[in-house]
Design a protein around this ligand. Structure first.
Ligand code: CP
Length: 336
């Protein structure tokens, strides 16, 4: 994809290039400025008030669901939701594909979270071959992809490094359950769009990043290190991206309970060795891997990340429906 003018479905991180990342980040910045006034909010709420969206979330979510819901509200889009397939005709044996095709009869946008990898991609392809194709946004698919989280992570990194030359040349560590962490997989992919970035994958061997991601990084000439040495990496990095144990994927046999991940936790004592201007990120939800006391440290960026997610998702939906030019005109005409 060259720029937002080509955006339709949002399925995986590989579809976005540097130009797109700059465009969506700039647009998100402008939208949040427009939203500072009542008149600005009323303008935004008029931009897509003829559209309807279905939020089909059959995996648990707090942030992604609510930020998409809020993003739709900001743009005036009316929302409906299915969060529990037991309330849909899937209990009568209807396939998930037919369920989603039904949504496309009533809604102009489908935002979906699903446990199956590639399901959003399959649905997008299926809808493209119907007489009512609608855009599909992947809000998290299996252990594989979470592209909109990666977009908000890039936006947060960009804002964090605004006065330090941007994301180019930065050292970024991913810590925790990297094998099953779809946010890490998507963000590691997006970071290949930046020059001179070095990525560190810090995890016990059982939870290390998948070879497919390392192959992607190799193909794009990205620099990285795979290590289990959490303490050694801490002083080196400009950003540290913590993640939780993703044990919902082994709920049957609890295999991951046997692996010690406690060591891969950020404690107050670590703040002394982190760079003074480093940024600490986490897609959330968290468990024990970041001390709550760290929230008060100015380097803690994860609550800003939560808020940023809403603005990036407003920008994404505006771009899908080709409203970016109108929004930029409003921004300029109102001297913002
Ligand atoms: N980061 C994220 O995807 O959070 P939720 O699971 O709460 O949506």
């Amino acid at each position: 994809m060259k720029d937002g003018a080509e955006l339709y479905h949002c399925i995986n991180a590989q579809q976005f290039n540097r130009g797109f990342l700059e465009e969506i980040s700039d647009l998100a910045d402008k939208i949040r400025q427009i939203a500072n006034t009542k008149a600005g909010n009323e303008y935004l709420a008029s931009t897509l008030n003829h559209k309807r969206a279905m939020l089909y979330f059959v995996q648990p979510s707090t942030r992604t669901f609510l930020s998409f819901y809020s993003a739709c509200q900001i743009l005036g889009i009316k929302c409906a939701e299915v969060r529990d397939p037991k309330t849909s005709s899937e209990v009568k044996g209807e396939s998930e594909e037919d369920t989603v095709r039904t949504f496309s009869s009533y809604f102009d946008l489908i935002i979906m979270r699903h446990p199956r990898a590639n399901f959003a991609e399959k649905i997008a392809a299926m809808l493209d071959n119907t007489d009512r194709p609608v855009p599909v946004i992947n809000a998290g698919s299996g252990k594989d992809q979470h592209p909109t989280q990666a977009l908000l992570d890039v936006y947060t990194l960009r804002r964090s490094f605004k006065h330090r030359g941007g994301i180019d040349g930065k050292r970024i560590a991913f810590v925790g359950d990297l094998l099953r962490g779809r946010t890490v997989r998507s963000l590691a992919t997006l970071l290949t769009n930046y020059e001179g970035v070095k990525q560190y994958f810090v995890a016990p061997p059982e939870f290390q990043i998948g070879q497919d991601i390392l192959d992607y990084l190799d193909k794009h000439g990205a620099s990285y290190e795979v290590t289990g040495d959490f303490e050694a990496v801490l002083p080196e990095v400009d950003a540290i991206y913590m993640t939780r144990l993703q044990d919902e994927w082994d709920a049957q046999d609890h295999t991951s309970a046997k692996i010690d991940i406690e060591h891969y936790s950020l404690r107050e004592r670590h703040l002394q060795v982190l760079k003074a201007d480093a940024v600490i990120l986490h897609p959330l939800p968290r468990r024990q891997e970041i001390d709550v006391a760290i929230d008060a440290d100015p380097r803690a960026g994860y609550w800003r990340q939560v808020r940023n997610g809403m603005w990036v998702r407003v920008a994404l939906i505006a771009m899908i429906f080709r409203r970016q030019r109108n929004i930029l005109e409003y921004y300029l005409n109102n001297n913002l």
